[in-house]
Design a protein. Structure first.
Length: 245
């Protein structure tokens, strides 16, 4: 199955060094979740997931707590989630996921980045047929885990696919992980099932998965990585999904 575009190992390592850019974005998602469903993670699954993903990026507890408290501020701007459909070069299509309190600013910034890098914004919804929204959970593989048994246990909760993968770690060592996919409507059920099985989830997200992923040459990949880098540098851009295999 094609997945949201993920950088190669070197790009991921570079990403870990950009905490000054990542933490504010994670904080924005935590604040949005807390404002929407309450400040108690035990009673707010969306906030619990946002905190989980922040911890996976080594976001300090003080930063997480501050982001939660911001949700109670009376002068807090209304932050909304919005996505933009994008056509880039070499047959690449993108869905750019943003969280913003000023859509006029965000769309202007995103358009400027696209124009400078040979891409263009499409009408909203243009790429719906090219992507399917899925929930994706990632956790470390332990010696006791059997993929076939795990698949049988989770299939009743909406599991569609399970795969073993290798992921780079900050210390330079690769670690074995398990990645599972399900329909986005199964997010809650799968999350609860993993929790009941005492599996410590590293990340839990809703992603746009390309229905027909494409392969690019190294040269073309470098061009697209430059565009994605520029987009992710924008404070309002949360995630960039593509149809790259």
């Amino acid at each position: 199955m094609g997945r949201a575009f993920e950088y190669r190992k070197a790009a991921k390592m570079k990403r870990w060094g950009a905490m000054s850019r990542i933490f504010p974005k994670l904080g924005k998602i935590i604040t949005m979740a807390a404002k929407e469903g309450g400040m108690d993670p035990d009673m707010n699954p969306k906030l619990r997931t946002a905190i989980l993903n922040a911890k996976a990026q080594n976001m300090p507890k003080d930063n997480i707590d501050a982001a939660i408290k911001r949700a109670a501020a009376k002068d807090l701007a209304d932050i909304k989630e919005i996505t933009y459909d994008v056509k880039a070069s070499h047959g690449v299509q993108m869905i750019v996921e943003c969280a913003t309190d000023n859509n006029t600013r965000t769309v202007a910034n995103v358009k400027a980045i696209l124009v400078r890098n040979g891409a263009e914004m499409l009408t909203s919804g243009s790429l719906n047929f090219m992507f399917t929204r899925k929930c994706v959970f990632v956790f470390d593989k332990t010696d006791e885990m059997d993929l076939e048994e795990l698949e049988l246990e989770l299939i009743d909760y909406g599991l569609e696919e399970i795969e073993e993968d290798v992921e780079p770690h900050e210390d330079g060592e690769d670690i074995n992980i398990i990645r599972i996919f399900g329909e986005f409507t199964s997010f809650g059920e799968l999350s609860k099932a993993l929790e009941d099985m005492n599996i410590e989830v590293k990340s839990a997200k809703l992603e746009y998965i390309a229905n027909t992923p494409i392969d690019l040459s190294d040269k073309h990949m470098e061009e697209l990585e430059t565009l994605i880098d520029k987009l992710e540098e924008d404070e309002d851009v949360q995630t960039v999904f593509t149809n790259i295999n």
